[in-house]
Design a protein around this ligand. Structure first.
Ligand code: IMP
Length: 214
């Protein structure tokens, strides 16, 4: 029998790669929004990570009639009162520019905003909320955090987003230097997903994904 399908509700290849690696030992066939090019863009309009993750998972489950896993994540910087938070992906957005900001635009803006903020006041955390929506309306959520500080300059080439400037004191390295294997042990997404994985395991055992539409 074919493994049941779950749609990862993102078009971000970096996230698909990380989630696929973290879920590799579950008997699931992982699809992503790249497998559904006809689906409309799903706007992220919520004011919390939870609201965005739930809205995305619910909409993708309704549109594909498959279980959908959505994450919403971002960086909260203490010295900026928690910004960029839910606006992390578009932090450096410029209304006059034709394209959305790149990862580099975003971390460059962050370094600029933190100019002059001393090392001891650069605490930050990545936050991730994952929601799983089933086509029958059931909903499950999990949250993970990863604490660090914002470095004064970028280092490393792994990962994505703010990884080059997210300093992990206990590793003496940025998130972009430690590599995917280490990142997948300590990241906000890994932590939220570890919790969600238990839910998925239970649902697989119950046969919840093997209905006619899955
Ligand atoms: P979203 O969850 O797709 O809305 O993306 C949130 C944004 O937060 C991303 O575009 C990145 O800028 C940032 N972000 C989320 N997770 C990570 C991560 O693991 N490393 C670096 N940046 C991240």
């Amino acid at each position: 029998m074919a493994a049941p399908a779950v749609v990862i509700a993102t078009r971000n290849p970096g996230k698909v790669r990380e989630l696929a690696e973290l879920l590799a030992d579950l008997p699931l066939r992982l699809l992503s929004l790249a497998d559904f090019p006809e689906l409309p863009e799903i706007p992220e309009e919520g004011e919390t990570f939870l609201a965005n993750a739930v809205a995305k998972a619910r909409q993708v489950a309704a549109l594909t009639r498959l279980p959908a896993l959505a994450d919403d994540s971002g960086l909260e910087v203490a010295a900026l009162g928690g910004r960029p938070g839910v606006h992390s992906a578009r932090y450096a957005a410029d209304r006059t520019a034709p394209l959305p900001p790149t990862d580099e635009d975003n971390w460059r803006k962050l370094l600029q905003e933190l100019t002059g903020v001393p090392e001891g006041a650069r605490q930050a955390r990545f936050v991730c909320v994952i929601a799983l929506a089933l086509p029958d309306g059931r909903l499950f959520t999990a949250r993970g955090e990863c604490s660090g500080t914002i470095a004064s300059e970028p280092r490393g080439h792994h990962g994505f987003g703010y990884d080059p400037v997210f300093w992990l004191p206990e590793y003496g390295a940025t998130m972009a230097e430690v590599g995917l294997e280490v990142k997948n042990r300590l990241s906000h997404r890994a932590r939220a997903l570890a919790e969600m994985k238990e839910v998925l395991r239970r649902l697989v055992a119950e046969g919840a994904f093997s209905g006619p539409s899955a």
